[in-house]
Design a protein around this ligand. Structure first.
Ligand SMILES: C[S@@+](CC[C@H](N)C(=O)[O-])C[C@H]1O[C@@H](n2cnc3c(N)ncnc32)[C@H](O)[C@@H]1O
Length: 221
């Protein structure tokens, strides 16, 4: 299969997963996509800064962050047209459409300048999406390449549940598989080695006994 065919079939898969789920997504996910609000709190976006979310889904994070960082411009990329329909409606409903740009694309291979008219961002974040993206390591590299000097990449996702009972881990994994979610066991290593490669700083925390992992990569100035 060619890259374009792979991207098209993954986009179709994501649209299939979210066609109906998107209507109950924000209500249900608030109970188990933990650490998202902490990531938003820590973005600390500079005045008139620019922020890109890769795998923005319903736009829940962008809407919260846009209310919090009122002078910043926000951009969201997602491969699912279904999710983007919900995100666009949310931005219009919340009066944020003028400050938020949303586009359909693949987070492993995108041209931010062509999609948003912006090449580099002060903040890039990826929330519970790397666990759904085939070839997610390319997203990490693309996110770092899209950072402005002194900018930062923030990642939150499922951890390895390393401090939780084995039965809980097995139950969670089985359930996540139904949604094509695969917690990445090498997430920390990949982020750390990409940080080293690009001369960036690296901060990593486990949340809720490894239920979730939170990382911040700080690009050099
Ligand atoms: C679990 S949702 C997370 C949504 C949002 N970031 C949040 O925290 O609620 C994962 C999102 O990643 C998107 N996604 C999956 N693969 C992608 C890819 N290759 N490129 C861009 N988005 C992708 C899905 O369509 C979905 O909206």
């Amino acid at each position: 299969m060619s890259t374009t065919e792979l991207q098209a079939s993954h986009a179709e898969l994501m649209d299939g997963v979210y066609r109906w789920q998107r209507h109950i997504y924000d209500l249900t996910r608030k109970y188990y996509l933990l650490g998202r609000d902490r990531l938003i709190d820590e973005l600390d976006v500079p005045q008139n800064g620019s922020v890109l979310e890769l795998g923005c889904g319903t736009g829940r994070n962008i809407a919260l962050a846009a209310r919090r960082y009122r002078n910043a411009r926000f951009f969201g990329l997602d491969i699912s047209a279904e999710m983007l329909e919900t995100a666009n409606a949310a931005m219009a409903r919340e009066g944020l459409a003028a400050r938020v740009g949303l586009a359909r694309g693949d987070a492993t291979d995108f041209d931010a300048k062509a999609l948003f008219g912006v090449e580099r961002f002060d903040r890039v974040f990826v929330s519970y999406s790397l666990s759904m993206i085939p070839g997610w390591e390319k997203t990490v590299a693309a996110a770092l390449a899209a950072l402005a000097p002194g900018g930062s990449l923030h990642v939150v996702d499922f951890g390895q549940q390393e401090g939780l009972p084995r039965w809980f881990r097995a139950l969670l994994r089985g359930w996540l598989r139904k949604f094509h979610v695969m917690p990445r066991d090498s997430l920390r290593d990949v982020l750390e080695s990409e940080s080293k490669r690009t001369g960036a700083t690296f901060r990593f925390r486990t949340l809720y006994r490894g239920y979730a992992w939170l990382a911040v990569v700080g690009a050099p100035k």
